[in-house]
Unconditional design. Sequence first.
Length: 204
Amino acid sequence: MTAPVVVLLAHPRPGSFNHALAARVTDTLARAGVPVRFHDLYAEGFDPVLTAEEAYTSGSRAEEFLAAEPDPLVRRHRDELSTAGGLVAIHPNWWGKPPAILSGWLDRILVPGVAYRLDDAGGAPESLLSLRRLLVVNTSDTTADRERTLFGDPLDAIWRRCLAPYLGEPEVSRLVLRVVGDADAARRAEWLDDVSAEVRRLFG
């Protein structure tokens, strides 16, 4: 059986282009026969706030505590990620970072005993996940030249260099759709087709 793919949508406004992208991703996966675990984080009311008790990053005691997580939604997300073969994250570029709700998802889901094992804080993580592919779809109103020369594309560093080692070093693909605010319906339709093609390439 094909391993499921977790799809995360992080945009607060229903009817946004991010929602259209998420719908296209999930439809393309379903048509390819890939099981989908879809989460609209805002619609679900996912609580992104890391508690003081959860704020540990290494050691067996942290794993034992985190395994007893009382929030059923957090437990569900952790369980689904632990059996997934792929992850798709769809979100806008806000100040060079994901929206706070997705940053909080990373804090609360990618924890010791779920995403990785780290015996001591200064060591290298041992990934516990079996993610083979990661697709990040970002919308942006920053031009490519301005992003490269002024900001250095921090989102690419976050997903590719900071997070991938904790996810099992999956193949990482990232699509940046810009400038969304000025794009007409025809351009947006092209982007939706581009996303479908990339989903089929990675997961089909």
